[in-house]
Write a protein that binds this ligand. Sequence first.
Ligand code: GDP
Ligand code: MN
Length: 386
Amino acid sequence: MKIHEYQAKQILSQFGVRIPRGEIADNPARAREIAEEIGPRVVVKAQIHAGGRGKGGGVKLANTPGEAENLADQIIGMNLVTHQTGPEGKRVKRVLIEDALDIGRELYIGIVIDRAQESPVVMASSEGGMEIEKVAAETPELIFKEHIDPATGFQGFQARKLAFKLGLSGDTFKQAVKFLSALYKAFQSSDASLAEINPLLITKQGDVLALDAKMNFDDNALRRHPDIAEMRDLDEEDPLEVEASRHDLNYIKLDGNVGCMVNGAGLAMATMDIIMYSGGMPANFLDVGGGVSEEAVKNAFQILVSDKDVKAALVNIFGGIVRCDLVANGIVKAAKELDLTIPMVIRLEGTNVELGKKILQDSGLSFFSASSMKEAAEKVVPLANQ
Ligand code: GDP
Ligand code: MN
């Protein structure tokens, strides 16, 4: 789950991570009030679940409370387009009004889970402020990494090593070490999957603060953090993904045109692989669950047909826990009720597969059938590209 910058800063400050003074506003008058309190010079920052806001015109400096009010008026309600939102952009509902600070240096700090090393990794770079992906691609030697043993946690010497490599000294060095430890504590305690500070600000006076903050969380751990779960902003999420999660379907929207409906996450991954292997691109990952009820099949189809990018669909069901005849009945019923018009390739395998295939044949609906995954993928890709 993702949250907004102002929410991430609230969490981080509870753990002792230093952030600029600021408050959230959902209207220009409130923005002015906050600026009068903490200003006069403030930064007005659009709150959306995407980075690159600065370049997109969503982060602006105001010299007076009146200016802050005007900027808030421009930014709230605007459709902000950044390299992370896609061309359709995101509508801004709120702005964070923050004390404007004088920038000395902009650094980068990020904590993620390194799956290959099976541990969290703290990354630091002196190349903050800009797109860190570019730094990683072009000058990877400028990103310093410390892997964390989860049993012992982030050690003081590791924080000092990173602060030293960032070229810090004196009181700034001490502040950075404290900052890094507090950030790791926040990351670990909140079951975050990402905590990123870009830029980490070193002020002209040598103070260390989080100018920007981004946190993502492990969905499976959210039940342990009801306060964080409450921060979810459904407006920022893909509407089809929200709808799918309401029906307990595992659905992720992707860029291709082949809709997939599969039971079991492993089979769903393999199905996406074989679609790509056959020269196609999946439009989604969709796992309806090992059991697959008729209801789940219908909900899944509803989501597939609501996605205008889906030009053909591949249904790949393994009847292990579930029987193929039950699934076939579910497919026929859903196809009739929803008036499915996209071409559909169906591959059933497992318990009662012959009966399942017969139900599909006798339905009078025009499905394409396939016996193997390879055959199914090779049939669906040209159908989607037609
Ligand atoms: P992002 O573009 O979505 O990553 O948004 P950021 O919060 O990182 O802000 C973008 C840029 O705005 C930063 O890299 C800074 O250069 C600038 N900025 C943000 N806050 C301040 C501030 O308090 N003072 C000044 N001078 N610049 C700021
Ligand atoms: Mn940033």
